[in-house]
Design a protein around this ligand. Structure first.
Ligand code: GLA
Length: 331
């Protein structure tokens, strides 16, 4: 008898454990979260994805990353997530005016949704309060840009009357408008003449569109001796810097400060000689990627919805202090 028991005890125990594990796994579907971004090729969004992936690995849930460059692809992606048995998703939509469509698609599929970076709006252009959001404190960060530019104008001893300020504009996106408005207000508060502000409206938010927009603006306003340039992100300012170079306006004549601090900015800082891309306000793809998916995980697992709005901060980073500033932000 003893021998028989000894013979069978181990396999029996193993079978029992395997059975109860299977039952446990069936009891609740494993957590699966989507992360949808409007511009998957942009370094900022790649960084967000990377930190979201890190959170998924650490906490043991599945992450599905999908690029959604337009409304059609976005709706298809949301339906696809549901088919894959995801329970929720984080989104930076290709157009904030798709807010109602996003909410409807989420509801239809029984998915929880939170937005990141660009806050979704309703038909009247008002933020949709029922969709939790994490974004940057756009106006404040814009002011940091403007203060940085004003500081450099002073450092260089430029006469403000001879300086043009190029605002790379993408005003249909509220966060973009608020960012550049912050910069404009800070420049004005530092004594910059409002008449020297030049708008360069971008068709899209990538470097190429910014380059084209800046070229047109420089052609129309050839009278300034020096320039400062700012916009919604690093790509906008980089486009302006490249367009200026095409007119032989280099780092001694132009100061550009972007927003972001991802690879777009780091590549510029890594060049052997400084370019007119003087700095950027470093914002945190780690907070936007890692924290949003954790918030979503908690929402799914324990029903605890994220805060309605979470705003993140930034720090001015230049070629000189880049290592220290990135370290300080845990990047
Ligand atoms: C917007 C911009 C991105 C980036 C994020 C940061 O989505 O398009 O380039 O600046 O905001 O929140």
């Amino acid at each position: 008898m003893n021998n028989i028991l000894r013979h069978w005890a181990k396999p029996l125990l193993a079978a029992a454990v395997a059975l109860s594990c299977a039952a446990y796994a069936r009891a609740a579907d494993p957590i699966k979260i989507g992360f949808l971004v409007k511009q998957a090729e942009e370094p900022w969004f790649q960084d967000e994805w990377r930190y979201a992936e890190q959170a998924a690995k650490e906490k043991g849930f599945a992450l599905v990353k999908i690029g959604v460059p337009n409304g059609e692809k976005m709706i298809a992606a949301i339906d696809n997530l549901a088919a894959q048995k995801a329970q929720g998703f984080v989104i930076c939509a290709p157009d904030v005016k798709l807010g109602v469509a996003v909410e409807r698609a989420a509801k239809r599929n029984n998915l929880r949704v939170m937005s990141v970076d660009d806050q979704l709006v309703d038909g009247a252009g008002k933020p949709i309060a029922s969709i939790p959001h994490m974004g940057i404190s756009a106006y404040e960060i814009g002011k940091q840009v403007g203060n940085g530019l004003a500081e450099e104008i002073k450092q260089r001893g430029w006469n403000m009357a001879e300086v043009g300020a190029l605002r790379m504009a993408f005003d249909q996106l509220p966060t973009a408008r608020e960012r550049t408005q912050g910069a404009v207000d800070a420049l004005k508060a530092a004594g910059f003449p409002a008449a020297n502000l030049v708008d360069a409206p971008q068709a899209k938010t990538d470097t190429e569109s910014a380059f084209n927009a800046a070229n047109i603006a420089f052609t129309k306003q050839a009278k300034f001796k020096h320039w400062v340039a700012f916009g919604m992100n690093d790509e906008a300012v980089l486009g302006a810097v490249r367009a200026a170079e095409g007119r032989a306006l280099r780092e001694d004549a132009v100061v550009g400060i972007g927003i972001g601090g991802s690879q777009t900015a780091l590549n510029e800082f890594a060049k052997p000689k400084p370019t007119a891309f003087y700095g950027t306000v470093l914002i945190s793809p780690k907070r936007h990627g890692y924290e949003t998916v954790l918030m979503m995980q908690q929402w799914i697992a324990s029903g605890q919805a994220p805060a309605a709005v979470t705003l993140t901060t930034g720090t001015l980073m230049t070629r000189r202090n880049q290592d220290a500033v990135r370290k300080q932000m845990g990047l």
